[in-house]
Design a protein around this ligand. Sequence first.
Ligand SMILES: NC(=O)c1ccc[n+]([C@@H]2O[C@H](COP(=O)([O-])OP(=O)(O)OC[C@H]3O[C@@H](n4cnc5c(N)ncnc54)[C@H](OP(=O)(O)O)[C@@H]3O)[C@@H](O)[C@H]2O)c1
Length: 321
Amino acid sequence: MQYRHLGKAGIQVSELSFGSWVTFHTQSGIESAATMMAAAYDAGVNFFDNAEGYAGGKSEEVMGAALKKLGWRRGSYLVSTKLYWGLHEGPNEQNTLNRKYLIEAIDGSLKRLDLDYVDLLYCHRADPTTPIEETVWAMHNIIERGKALYWGTSEWEAADIMSAIEIADRHHLHKPIVEQPVYNLFQRHRFGADYERLYQDYGYGSTTWSPLASGLLTGKYNNGIPDDSRGAVEGLGWLRKELTNEERLAKVVALEPIAKQMGASLAQFSLAWCLQNPHVSTVLTGASRVEQVHENMKAIEFVDKFTPDVRRDVERVFETT
Ligand SMILES: NC(=O)c1ccc[n+]([C@@H]2O[C@H](COP(=O)([O-])OP(=O)(O)OC[C@H]3O[C@@H](n4cnc5c(N)ncnc54)[C@H](OP(=O)(O)O)[C@@H]3O)[C@@H](O)[C@H]2O)c1
Protein backbone atom coordinates (compact mmCIF):
# COMPACT_ATOMS: atom_id res chain seq x y z
CA MET A 1 0.00 0.00 0.00
CA GLN A 2 1.27 3.46 -0.85
CA TYR A 3 0.41 6.59 1.12
CA ARG A 4 -0.50 9.90 -0.48
CA HIS A 5 -0.65 13.36 1.05
CA LEU A 6 -4.13 14.83 1.36
CA GLY A 7 -3.34 17.49 -1.21
CA LYS A 8 -0.63 19.66 0.25
CA ALA A 9 -1.54 18.89 3.88
CA GLY A 10 1.04 17.12 6.00
CA ILE A 11 -1.19 14.14 6.72
CA GLN A 12 -0.93 11.02 4.54
CA VAL A 13 -3.69 8.57 3.70
CA SER A 14 -3.44 5.07 2.31
CA GLU A 15 -4.29 5.12 -1.40
CA LEU A 16 -7.20 2.76 -0.66
CA SER A 17 -9.37 3.55 2.34
CA PHE A 18 -12.55 2.05 3.79
CA GLY A 19 -16.00 3.54 4.39
CA SER A 20 -19.22 2.43 6.02
CA TRP A 21 -22.07 3.85 3.89
CA VAL A 22 -25.06 1.44 3.55
CA THR A 23 -23.03 -1.41 5.03
CA PHE A 24 -22.43 -0.76 8.75
CA HIS A 25 -25.53 -1.51 10.84
CA THR A 26 -27.75 -2.19 7.78
CA GLN A 27 -25.73 -5.08 6.32
CA SER A 28 -22.95 -5.62 8.90
CA GLY A 29 -22.98 -5.74 12.68
CA ILE A 30 -20.01 -5.02 14.95
CA GLU A 31 -18.33 -8.43 14.41
CA SER A 32 -18.43 -8.25 10.65
CA ALA A 33 -17.47 -4.56 10.60
CA ALA A 34 -14.45 -5.27 12.80
CA THR A 35 -13.42 -8.20 10.59
CA MET A 36 -13.59 -6.04 7.45
CA MET A 37 -11.78 -3.12 9.08
CA ALA A 38 -9.06 -5.50 10.29
CA ALA A 39 -8.63 -6.93 6.79
CA ALA A 40 -8.29 -3.41 5.39
CA TYR A 41 -5.90 -2.32 8.16
CA ASP A 42 -3.76 -5.41 7.68
CA ALA A 43 -3.52 -4.52 3.99
CA GLY A 44 -2.22 -1.05 4.97
CA VAL A 45 -5.43 1.02 5.11
CA ASN A 46 -5.09 3.86 7.61
CA PHE A 47 -8.29 5.82 6.89
CA PHE A 48 -11.87 4.89 7.83
CA ASP A 49 -14.76 7.06 6.69
CA ASN A 50 -18.15 7.56 8.28
CA ALA A 51 -20.95 10.12 8.51
CA GLU A 52 -23.53 11.21 11.05
CA GLY A 53 -26.24 10.44 8.52
CA TYR A 54 -25.23 6.83 7.77
CA ALA A 55 -27.92 4.52 9.18
CA GLY A 56 -29.19 7.43 11.29
CA GLY A 57 -26.03 7.54 13.43
CA LYS A 58 -25.86 3.74 13.92
CA SER A 59 -22.98 3.44 11.48
CA GLU A 60 -20.85 5.62 13.76
CA GLU A 61 -21.84 3.46 16.73
CA VAL A 62 -20.84 0.28 14.90
CA MET A 63 -17.48 1.76 13.86
CA GLY A 64 -16.86 3.03 17.39
CA ALA A 65 -17.56 -0.41 18.86
CA ALA A 66 -15.41 -2.10 16.21
CA LEU A 67 -12.51 0.26 16.94
CA LYS A 68 -12.83 -0.48 20.63
CA LYS A 69 -12.75 -4.21 19.92
CA LEU A 70 -9.76 -3.86 17.59
CA GLY A 71 -7.82 -1.77 20.12
CA TRP A 72 -5.49 -0.16 17.60
CA ARG A 73 -3.15 2.63 18.67
CA ARG A 74 -4.95 5.91 17.90
CA GLY A 75 -1.96 7.33 16.03
CA SER A 76 -2.05 4.47 13.53
CA TYR A 77 -5.38 5.32 11.88
CA LEU A 78 -7.57 8.22 10.80
CA VAL A 79 -11.33 8.43 11.20
CA SER A 80 -13.61 10.90 9.50
CA THR A 81 -17.23 11.83 9.84
CA LYS A 82 -19.51 14.23 8.00
CA LEU A 83 -22.23 16.63 9.06
CA TYR A 84 -25.14 18.19 7.16
CA TRP A 85 -28.22 15.96 6.85
CA GLY A 86 -28.92 15.92 10.60
CA LEU A 87 -30.61 13.35 12.81
CA HIS A 88 -33.52 15.43 14.09
CA GLU A 89 -36.38 17.21 12.42
CA GLY A 90 -36.60 20.96 12.73
CA PRO A 91 -35.47 24.06 10.91
CA ASN A 92 -31.99 24.22 12.43
CA GLU A 93 -31.06 20.55 12.49
CA GLN A 94 -31.53 19.23 8.96
CA ASN A 95 -29.79 19.92 5.66
CA THR A 96 -27.77 22.68 7.24
CA LEU A 97 -24.29 23.91 8.05
CA ASN A 98 -25.34 26.54 10.56
CA ARG A 99 -23.07 27.20 13.52
CA LYS A 100 -25.41 25.82 16.21
CA TYR A 101 -25.97 22.57 14.37
CA LEU A 102 -22.28 21.97 13.58
CA ILE A 103 -21.04 22.76 17.09
CA GLU A 104 -23.65 20.45 18.66
CA ALA A 105 -23.58 17.69 16.02
CA ILE A 106 -19.85 17.02 16.33
CA ASP A 107 -20.37 16.12 20.00
CA GLY A 108 -23.02 13.56 19.01
CA SER A 109 -20.71 11.99 16.43
CA LEU A 110 -17.79 11.78 18.86
CA LYS A 111 -20.03 10.16 21.45
CA ARG A 112 -21.27 7.54 18.98
CA LEU A 113 -17.76 6.88 17.67
CA ASP A 114 -16.45 6.84 21.26
CA LEU A 115 -13.51 8.99 20.17
CA ASP A 116 -12.04 12.21 21.58
CA TYR A 117 -11.64 13.66 18.09
CA VAL A 118 -12.03 12.80 14.43
CA ASP A 119 -9.10 13.32 12.11
CA LEU A 120 -11.22 14.71 9.30
CA LEU A 121 -14.58 16.43 9.52
CA TYR A 122 -16.52 17.07 6.32
CA CYS A 123 -19.42 19.32 5.46
CA HIS A 124 -21.39 16.54 3.78
CA ARG A 125 -23.03 18.90 1.28
CA ALA A 126 -23.05 22.66 0.69
CA ASP A 127 -25.78 24.70 2.39
CA PRO A 128 -26.79 27.65 0.23
CA THR A 129 -28.90 29.08 3.07
CA THR A 130 -26.02 29.58 5.51
CA PRO A 131 -23.26 32.09 4.76
CA ILE A 132 -20.04 30.25 3.95
CA GLU A 133 -18.30 32.52 6.44
CA GLU A 134 -20.47 31.19 9.30
CA THR A 135 -19.62 27.60 8.38
CA VAL A 136 -15.90 28.35 8.04
CA TRP A 137 -15.84 29.92 11.51
CA ALA A 138 -17.74 26.99 13.05
CA MET A 139 -15.41 24.42 11.47
CA HIS A 140 -12.42 26.46 12.65
CA ASN A 141 -13.82 26.57 16.19
CA ILE A 142 -14.42 22.80 16.20
CA ILE A 143 -10.78 22.29 15.25
CA GLU A 144 -9.59 24.79 17.85
CA ARG A 145 -11.58 22.88 20.48
CA GLY A 146 -9.67 19.74 19.54
CA LYS A 147 -12.70 17.85 18.21
CA ALA A 148 -11.38 17.52 14.65
CA LEU A 149 -7.90 17.90 13.21
CA TYR A 150 -8.70 18.88 9.61
CA TRP A 151 -11.87 19.78 7.76
CA GLY A 152 -13.15 19.40 4.25
CA THR A 153 -16.11 19.53 1.91
CA SER A 154 -18.16 16.92 0.09
CA GLU A 155 -19.83 17.59 -3.26
CA TRP A 156 -19.34 21.34 -3.03
CA GLU A 157 -19.07 23.48 -6.15
CA ALA A 158 -15.51 24.58 -6.87
CA ALA A 159 -16.44 28.26 -6.48
CA ASP A 160 -17.82 27.67 -2.96
CA ILE A 161 -14.70 25.77 -1.93
CA MET A 162 -12.49 28.59 -3.18
CA SER A 163 -14.67 31.06 -1.33
CA ALA A 164 -14.27 29.05 1.90
CA ILE A 165 -10.50 28.92 1.44
CA GLU A 166 -10.32 32.64 0.83
CA ILE A 167 -12.49 33.48 3.86
CA ALA A 168 -10.28 31.27 6.03
CA ASP A 169 -7.14 32.90 4.61
CA ARG A 170 -8.48 36.38 5.26
CA HIS A 171 -9.23 35.63 8.92
CA HIS A 172 -6.30 33.26 9.55
CA LEU A 173 -8.66 30.35 10.22
CA HIS A 174 -8.21 26.64 9.57
CA LYS A 175 -8.92 26.14 5.87
CA PRO A 176 -10.74 23.22 4.32
CA ILE A 177 -8.09 20.93 2.83
CA VAL A 178 -9.99 18.13 1.12
CA GLU A 179 -13.05 17.45 -1.04
CA GLN A 180 -14.97 14.18 -0.97
CA PRO A 181 -16.39 13.79 -4.49
CA VAL A 182 -17.92 10.86 -6.29
CA TYR A 183 -15.45 9.38 -8.78
CA ASN A 184 -15.72 6.27 -10.88
CA LEU A 185 -15.64 5.29 -14.55
CA PHE A 186 -19.18 6.64 -14.97
CA GLN A 187 -18.97 9.79 -12.84
CA ARG A 188 -15.93 11.98 -13.40
CA HIS A 189 -17.26 15.55 -13.34
CA ARG A 190 -15.56 16.55 -10.08
CA PHE A 191 -12.23 16.22 -11.82
CA GLY A 192 -13.14 18.52 -14.70
CA ALA A 193 -11.77 21.95 -15.57
CA ASP A 194 -13.59 23.76 -12.71
CA TYR A 195 -11.85 21.63 -10.13
CA GLU A 196 -8.42 21.55 -11.75
CA ARG A 197 -7.45 24.81 -10.03
CA LEU A 198 -8.43 23.45 -6.64
CA TYR A 199 -6.14 20.49 -6.95
CA GLN A 200 -3.42 22.30 -8.90
CA ASP A 201 -3.27 25.79 -7.40
CA TYR A 202 -4.75 25.31 -3.94
CA GLY A 203 -3.29 21.85 -3.28
CA TYR A 204 -6.75 20.56 -2.30
CA GLY A 205 -6.87 16.82 -1.50
CA SER A 206 -9.60 14.39 -2.56
CA THR A 207 -11.03 11.29 -0.88
CA THR A 208 -13.20 9.87 -3.63
CA TRP A 209 -16.36 7.80 -3.14
CA SER A 210 -18.34 5.02 -4.82
CA PRO A 211 -15.43 3.84 -6.99
CA LEU A 212 -17.49 0.81 -8.07
CA ALA A 213 -20.67 2.86 -8.61
CA SER A 214 -22.22 0.97 -5.68
CA GLY A 215 -21.12 -2.39 -7.12
CA LEU A 216 -22.27 -1.87 -10.71
CA LEU A 217 -18.62 -1.90 -11.81
CA THR A 218 -18.07 -5.40 -10.41
CA GLY A 219 -20.38 -6.91 -13.05
CA LYS A 220 -22.66 -8.32 -10.33
CA TYR A 221 -25.75 -6.60 -11.81
CA ASN A 222 -25.23 -7.86 -15.37
CA ASN A 223 -27.97 -10.47 -14.96
CA GLY A 224 -30.33 -8.73 -12.55
CA ILE A 225 -30.17 -7.78 -8.90
CA PRO A 226 -28.67 -10.46 -6.63
CA ASP A 227 -30.63 -10.94 -3.38
CA ASP A 228 -27.58 -10.35 -1.20
CA SER A 229 -26.45 -7.14 -2.93
CA ARG A 230 -26.84 -3.42 -2.22
CA GLY A 231 -29.35 -3.30 -5.05
CA ALA A 232 -31.70 -5.40 -2.91
CA VAL A 233 -31.37 -3.28 0.25
CA GLU A 234 -34.66 -1.77 1.30
CA GLY A 235 -35.06 1.99 0.86
CA LEU A 236 -32.55 2.30 -1.99
CA GLY A 237 -35.05 2.38 -4.85
CA TRP A 238 -33.33 5.38 -6.47
CA LEU A 239 -30.11 3.37 -6.63
CA ARG A 240 -31.78 0.32 -8.14
CA LYS A 241 -32.63 2.39 -11.22
CA GLU A 242 -28.95 3.19 -11.73
CA LEU A 243 -27.88 -0.40 -11.13
CA THR A 244 -30.22 -1.69 -13.81
CA ASN A 245 -29.60 1.04 -16.41
CA GLU A 246 -29.20 -0.81 -19.73
CA GLU A 247 -26.68 1.64 -21.19
CA ARG A 248 -24.42 1.43 -18.18
CA LEU A 249 -24.70 -2.35 -18.01
CA ALA A 250 -23.62 -2.58 -21.65
CA LYS A 251 -20.48 -0.59 -20.80
CA VAL A 252 -19.72 -2.86 -17.86
CA VAL A 253 -19.97 -5.87 -20.17
CA ALA A 254 -17.62 -4.15 -22.65
CA LEU A 255 -15.06 -3.48 -19.90
CA GLU A 256 -14.89 -7.12 -18.85
CA PRO A 257 -12.46 -8.34 -21.55
CA ILE A 258 -10.14 -5.36 -20.92
CA ALA A 259 -9.98 -6.22 -17.22
CA LYS A 260 -9.55 -9.90 -17.99
CA GLN A 261 -6.64 -9.18 -20.32
CA MET A 262 -4.96 -7.37 -17.40
CA GLY A 263 -5.58 -10.34 -15.11
CA ALA A 264 -7.76 -8.21 -12.83
CA SER A 265 -11.33 -8.71 -11.67
CA LEU A 266 -13.67 -5.96 -12.83
CA ALA A 267 -13.72 -4.57 -9.27
CA GLN A 268 -9.92 -4.43 -9.07
CA PHE A 269 -9.72 -2.91 -12.54
CA SER A 270 -12.26 -0.19 -11.73
CA LEU A 271 -10.56 0.70 -8.44
CA ALA A 272 -7.13 0.79 -10.06
CA TRP A 273 -8.51 3.09 -12.78
CA CYS A 274 -9.43 5.65 -10.08
CA LEU A 275 -5.99 5.39 -8.50
CA GLN A 276 -4.26 6.42 -11.70
CA ASN A 277 -5.52 9.97 -11.25
CA PRO A 278 -2.75 11.91 -9.47
CA HIS A 279 -5.31 14.31 -7.96
CA VAL A 280 -6.92 11.45 -6.05
CA SER A 281 -5.49 11.25 -2.52
CA THR A 282 -7.37 8.09 -1.59
CA VAL A 283 -10.10 5.91 -3.09
CA LEU A 284 -12.75 5.13 -0.48
CA THR A 285 -13.81 1.52 -0.90
CA GLY A 286 -16.87 -0.15 0.58
CA ALA A 287 -17.69 -3.79 1.25
CA SER A 288 -20.47 -5.86 2.76
CA ARG A 289 -18.23 -8.87 3.46
CA VAL A 290 -14.57 -9.54 4.11
CA GLU A 291 -13.94 -11.44 0.86
CA GLN A 292 -14.67 -8.23 -1.03
CA VAL A 293 -12.10 -6.37 1.08
CA HIS A 294 -9.46 -8.97 0.26
CA GLU A 295 -10.26 -8.74 -3.45
CA ASN A 296 -10.41 -4.95 -3.52
CA MET A 297 -7.15 -4.39 -1.66
CA LYS A 298 -5.33 -6.20 -4.46
CA ALA A 299 -6.38 -3.44 -6.87
CA ILE A 300 -3.14 -1.60 -6.10
CA GLU A 301 -1.29 -4.28 -8.09
CA PHE A 302 -2.96 -3.13 -11.31
CA VAL A 303 -2.44 0.64 -11.27
CA ASP A 304 0.78 0.44 -13.29
CA LYS A 305 -0.91 -1.77 -15.87
CA PHE A 306 -2.96 1.10 -17.29
CA THR A 307 -0.79 1.68 -20.35
CA PRO A 308 -1.82 4.27 -22.99
CA ASP A 309 -3.30 1.40 -25.01
CA VAL A 310 -5.45 0.21 -22.13
CA ARG A 311 -6.58 3.75 -21.36
CA ARG A 312 -7.57 4.19 -25.01
CA ASP A 313 -9.56 0.93 -24.94
CA VAL A 314 -11.37 2.11 -21.81
CA GLU A 315 -12.22 5.48 -23.31
CA ARG A 316 -13.60 3.78 -26.43
CA VAL A 317 -16.14 2.02 -24.22
CA PHE A 318 -17.25 5.35 -22.77
CA GLU A 319 -17.37 7.19 -26.09
CA THR A 320 -20.10 4.90 -27.39
CA THR A 321 -23.54 5.71 -26.07
N1 LIG B 1 -19.48 11.92 0.66
C1 LIG B 1 -20.51 11.27 0.18
O1 LIG B 1 -21.53 11.85 -0.14
C2 LIG B 1 -20.42 9.78 0.03
C3 LIG B 1 -21.43 9.10 -0.67
C4 LIG B 1 -21.31 7.71 -0.80
C5 LIG B 1 -20.23 7.05 -0.25
N2 LIG B 1 -19.29 7.74 0.45
C6 LIG B 1 -18.13 7.07 1.09
O2 LIG B 1 -17.45 6.25 0.15
C7 LIG B 1 -17.42 4.89 0.62
C8 LIG B 1 -17.43 3.95 -0.55
O3 LIG B 1 -18.62 4.15 -1.30
P1 LIG B 1 -19.44 2.90 -1.81
O4 LIG B 1 -19.70 1.96 -0.67
O5 LIG B 1 -20.59 3.39 -2.59
O6 LIG B 1 -18.33 2.22 -2.77
P2 LIG B 1 -18.49 1.25 -4.01
O7 LIG B 1 -17.15 0.61 -4.14
O8 LIG B 1 -18.99 1.99 -5.18
O9 LIG B 1 -19.59 0.19 -3.58
C9 LIG B 1 -19.33 -0.70 -2.53
C10 LIG B 1 -20.32 -1.85 -2.57
O10 LIG B 1 -20.11 -2.63 -3.77
C11 LIG B 1 -20.17 -4.02 -3.46
N3 LIG B 1 -18.81 -4.56 -3.66
C12 LIG B 1 -17.62 -4.00 -3.26
N4 LIG B 1 -16.59 -4.75 -3.63
C13 LIG B 1 -17.10 -5.83 -4.28
C14 LIG B 1 -16.52 -6.94 -4.90
N5 LIG B 1 -15.19 -7.09 -4.93
N6 LIG B 1 -17.35 -7.86 -5.48
C15 LIG B 1 -18.69 -7.69 -5.47
N7 LIG B 1 -19.30 -6.64 -4.88
C16 LIG B 1 -18.51 -5.70 -4.29
C17 LIG B 1 -20.61 -4.13 -2.01
O11 LIG B 1 -22.04 -4.08 -1.94
P3 LIG B 1 -22.96 -5.41 -1.87
O12 LIG B 1 -22.11 -6.58 -1.51
O13 LIG B 1 -23.97 -5.10 -0.84
O14 LIG B 1 -23.56 -5.53 -3.23
C18 LIG B 1 -20.08 -2.83 -1.43
O15 LIG B 1 -20.71 -2.43 -0.25
C19 LIG B 1 -18.64 4.81 1.55
O16 LIG B 1 -18.56 3.78 2.48
C20 LIG B 1 -18.57 6.17 2.23
O17 LIG B 1 -17.59 6.16 3.23
C21 LIG B 1 -19.36 9.10 0.58
